[in-house]
Structure formats: C-alpha cells, structure tokens
Design a protein around this ligand. Structure first.
Ligand code: EPU
Length: 299
C-alpha cells in the first residue's frame, strides 16, 4: 500500500503537494509532500505510530503565524490539528484549551469568567500550541507564567502530561523548540480571579498598542528576538533598515522588527532581506540578532 493510502486509512484529510503559502500568515512557502488534518488525540497517536514505522520526517503546524517556510517546501508530513483540538473548558480558576484554539480566544474566555493572567500573551496572533512552543507574550506577560501542565503525544504515539517545569520555558523559548519529538495537544492554565471588566480593558489596551505600533497585512509578527535590554525594532531602525526592500519583501516602515510580504514576496526575498538587516545591525551595533521566526523546510 502506498504512503498516501496508508495515511488515508488513519486520517480523513490528506493532501499531497499542498502549497504552504495558504497555511502561513506570511503567505509564502512551497509544497508539503503530505498535509494531514487530524481530528482527535487518538487519531494523532495512530498517525504518529505509522509515521515512526515508515520513518517519515514530520512537523506539527499551528496557525502558521511564526514560521517562514522555504520556497522548496517541506519533505514528509505536515500535521495540522483540526477542530477537535480547539475546545476550551473552564473549571473554577483553571482553563483547559486545545492546542489549536487561538490564544486570543482563550484570553477572551478567561476575561468573561473574570480570570486574570492571560492579558499579555492573549493578545498575540496564533494558536495555543504555537504560543507555548515560542513562549509567546508581550511586555505585559508571557504564556509560561500561567501554564500548569501541557499534554503531548510523543513521536512514538504515546500520550504524556508535562508539568510547567518540564516544559523548559525561557524568553521566546521552550523545550519544544529543540525537542521535536512531542506534539502539544492541550494546555492547562491556572489563572487568578480578578475583575472581569478590568481584565477586558487591559486586553483591549494591549491590543490597541499593537494595532497602533505594528503593521497589518502579511507578516509573522516580530522577525527577531529582542536582545537582552534592547529592542530589535529600535536597533534595526537606528541601523537604517526601515523601509528597505528585497523583491516583494519589506522592512515595515511602521515597526522595523516586522519583515512583511507586500504581496509578491518569495520566502527567499524575506530571508535575504532578514540577512541584510542582521548584517546592518551587526555593523552598526555589534549585536547578532537571533531569529524569532522559525525557518522550516528545505532551504
Ligand atoms: N521601536 C523603535 N523602532 C521600531 C520599533 C520599535 O524605535 O521600528 C522602539 C519603540 O519605540 C519602543 C521599543 O522599541 O521604545 C519597544 O517597541 P514595542 O513596544 O513595539 O515592543 P517590541 O519589544 O518591539 C515586543 C514583542 C512583540 C509585542 C510587543 C508589544 C518581541 C520580539 N516582540 O515588541 O511581539 O507585540 O512587545 O508588547 O519580544 C510577536 O509576538 O511577534 C511580537 C511582535
């Protein structure tokens, strides 16, 4: 039986040579050999067992909000978690959310239940799973501060629960960045009771700050991590990077840490421009910017 036939026996939706441009907020990226959508955790376990037995490369995809996929695309299987992973349940001060749920939706549910703690992380684009991998957040707080535990499926198809400590959180980092053997399925947040109206206003003010200081359109959010005690956007602006272009890629004139697709960019345009910006910051400030966006696929 062929690989596609095997995959179709396990999961309902299997696409071949699926262009990744439609699955990323940057709107670029070549084809994935196999793009599969998984309905629930049991299906995911079966899928991982098959992938392991067939020795196929794989990667999990959240909202595609923080990745730059190469123009040549991705070899192997891209696993997208479907609606079954979008549930959000509230029990007292604890919220359990599927990893495919939008983190901003979880924050809104928390606010409705007068639960505080997600005002910082709950304003960034992306899914719960993606936000955990990247330890997403803003100056007002990061997602790891509220995590109680994270449920995963391993690459051998077993379910496991990790404590917050086992997740290895740091600034814009977690064990899931380096340890590619785990797929996040749900997360549990231990929140604090608060004043619902004040929480909603807080969320609103963080969202307003974002919309006033960050560009709309096709981007992956901030391209680089902030170096210790510095702002990557400010360093890039001081080095003269604002407004620079390469093909269809542009350093946003609004916020210099956003490298945007003006419509016709390729992944290579975006990467080449990012490298030019890094070189400018190195020359001007002697600082090596680190990518926050994850580069995936065949470069
Ligand atoms: N600045 C400039 N020029 C620029 C951009 C920023 O001079 O082009 C200056 C600002 O004036 C400000 C300072 O740099 O004094 C910090 O800027 P900002 O408040 O925009 O915050 P940031 O450090 O650039 C971080 C997160 C964002 C998050 C904002 C809002 C990182 C890498 N970025 O940006 O997260 O939205 O705070 O709190 O930590 C993302 O998740 O993708 C993201 C963009």
């Amino acid at each position: 039986m062929s690989c596609v036939e095997q995959l179709r026996k396990i999961v309902s939706r299997v696409l071949t040579d699926e262009p990744m441009a439609g699955h990323t907020t940057l709107g670029v990226g070549g084809p994935a050999d196999y793009f599969v959508e998984v309905a629930d955790c049991d299906e995911l376990c079966l899928l991982m067992k098959y992938i392991a037995s067939a020795g196929l490369p794989w990667m999990a995809l959240g909202d595609g909000a923080n990745i730059l996929v190469s123009d040549r695309g991705i070899r192997g299987v891209v696993i997208h978690l479907g609606e079954g992973f979008e549930r959000i349940a509230v029990d007292g001060n604890v919220i359990t959310a599927g990893s495919a749920a939008r983190i901003s939706r979880v924050a809104d549910v928390a606010a409705k239940h007068a639960l505080s703690g997600l005002e910082g992380a709950g304003t960034v684009p992306g899914s719960v799973g993606g936000a955990i991998v990247m330890n997403a957040g803003t100056h007002r707080g990061y997602i790891d501060e509220m995590i109680e535990s994270v449920c995963v499926v391993t690459e051998s198809g077993e379910k496991r629960t990790l404590s917050r400590e086992q997740c290895g959180f740091a600034y814009r980092d977690s064990r899931f960045v380096g340890d590619k053997s785990l797929i996040i399925t749900t997360a549990t947040f231990a929140l604090r009771p608060g004043d619902g109206k004040a929480i909603e206003e807080h969320l609103e003010s963080v969202r307003r700050h974002r919309s006033e200081t960050q560009p709309q359109g096709k981007s992956a959010g901030c391209f680089f991590k902030n170096p210790p005690n510095a702002s990557a956007g400010e360093l890039i602006e001081q080095a003269g990077g604002k407004g620079l272009r390469e093909g269809g890629a542009e350093v946003s004139p609004i916020h210099a840490n956003f490298i945007i697709n003006t419509g016709s960019a390729t992944a290579s345009d975006l990467r080449n421009l990012a490298e030019r910006v890094r070189a400018m910051v190195r020359a001007k400030h002697g600082i090596e910017l680190e990518y926050e966006v994850r580069l995936v696929g065949e470069w």
